[in-house]
Design a protein around this ligand. Structure first.
Ligand SMILES: NC(=O)c1ccc[n+]([C@@H]2O[C@H](COP(=O)([O-])OP(=O)(O)OC[C@H]3O[C@@H](n4cnc5c(N)ncnc54)[C@H](O)[C@@H]3O)[C@@H](O)[C@H]2O)c1
Length: 367
């Protein structure tokens, strides 16, 4: 059944890694490497069973293909999972054993931090392989990606305002920001810097207080965030918050935030479109973190990271134009843009250009 499953999702390669001494049970999934090496984080999670771990790694690696393709990066999509409880099953041996498997793929897969993994775990992985990003800054790492994700979200917002209202006057509109964590707080700061009206909510009361005291946001209760008369709803906490319960309550004209998987399902995406709201596809908007970490591959530079993050503005513009061209909702247009780029770039790489591969020595042999 595994071959059927991975053929259905078009994965290139799925690697099952085990090391009994280290207690390692991991799966690395390379979904698509047409554009470049498959980069994607390592997640450690106490999965209930192996099937659940496999499903997760297949779903997440496919998502990375689309994210990297839309971001304009020369990267494919991959992901890895370790089956285990991050609060008690971590060890040096575990991560070094994992690192050796990553190394055995010779750069087809590049790993990074994800849920359950921190920068210290990555140091052990780094001892066994160079195909690691998201390491500590002392090793040439890029550090906390959140400011880049927030800045990228602002770029996505400006493209959305431009498409919807014909101007990018961020300060003239109002915003409902759900979640003021690493990304949300910085996003609120950027909005308030331009004088925008901002409502915030968070389960963390201290964070809400900080947004009010430091940045002049207005606090509302957790559930109230869906009812405020904001022009833009900005989910920066959880996925699935645009759903059949919340959508009828939202008064916004734009949905643009950093959270992953904002739409509860595709039908909701269609409904958003029908209501005349503009949805800025989440994985295109929140690509700043991936862009930032990707620069570690050939030497991290903060200026380049900022410059690259600004391209999110153009990527969103392209998505909106594809949606208009093909009369499809924006969430579908993002997928189409990714597929078009993979197909086109894949094809221009097909003809042999003579500079790579073995040299042609046949005619000289007799001399
Ligand atoms: N950090 C990045 O660079 C990055 C990159 C891409 C995507 N994202 C996505 O953006 C979102 C935010 O990431 P982050 O790094 O800021 O995470 P974070 O954990 O720092 O912040 C999330 C915040 O949401 C709050 N929250 C949780 N449940 C809530 C609820 N029901 N209602 C209101 N607030 C709630 C938390 O208390 C927290 O303050 C996540 O969905 C993440 O997957 C982050």
């Amino acid at each position: 059944m595994i071959f059927e499953t991975i053929a259905g999702s078009a994965h290139e390669q799925v690697v099952f890694c085990q090391n009994k001494d280290a207690g390692l049970k991991a799966i690395i999934a390379v979904h698509n490497s047409v554009l470049g090496p498959a980069l994607g984080g390592l997640r450690m999670w106490a999965y209930k069973n192996e099937q659940e771990a496999l499903n997760d790694v297949l779903r997440l690696s496919r998502g990375m293909t689309y994210k990297a393709a839309v971001a304009g990066l020369n990267l494919g999509g991959g992901k890895a999972v370790i089956i285990g409880d991050p609060s008690k099953d971590k060890s040096e041996a575990l991560f070094r054993a994992f690192g050796r498997f990553v190394n055995s793929l010779n750069g087809r897969y590049i790993t990074a931090e994800d849920v359950g993994i921190d920068v210290n775990d990555m140091e052990y992985v780094l001892k066994e392989t160079e195909y690691v990003t998201g390491v500590h800054q002392v090793h040439g790492g890029s550090g906390d990606p959140s400011p880049f994700t927030a800045y990228g979200t602002l770029q996505g917002l400006m493209a959305s305002l431009n498409f919807k209202f014909g101007n990018e006057d961020v300060g003239n509109y109002s915003y409902a920001v759900q979640g003021v964590g690493h990304v949300g707080m910085e996003f609120v700061r950027l909005l308030r810097e331009q004088g925008a009206k901002v409502w915030v909510t968070d389960i963390n009361k201290d964070a809400v207080q900080q947004a009010v005291d430091e940045f002049g946001a207005e606090a509302v209760d957790l559930d109230e965030i869906y009812d405020v008369p904001a022009d833009v709803y900005s989910p920066c906490a959880l996925g699935g918050t645009v759903n059949t319960n919340t959508l009828p309550r939202l008064k916004c004209q734009i949905i643009c935030g950093a959270a992953n998987n904002q739409l509860a399902n595709d039908e909701i995406g269609d409904e958003v479109e029908k209501r005349g709201m503009l949805y800025a596809p989440d994985y295109a908007v929140n690509a700043g973190g991936l862009m930032n970490v990707s620069l570690e591959i050939d030497g991290y530079n903060r200026e380049r990271a900022m410059r690259m993050t600004r391209t999110i503005y153009y990527n969103l513009g392209k998505i909106f134009n594809i949606a208009k061209r093909d009369h499809i909702p924006t969430y579908k247009a993002a997928d189409r843009m990714a597929e078009e780029r993979i197909n086109t770039i894949g094809r221009i790489r097909l003809p042999h250009m003579g500079s790579h591969g073995p040299r042609f020595l046949g005619r000289m042999r007799g001399n």
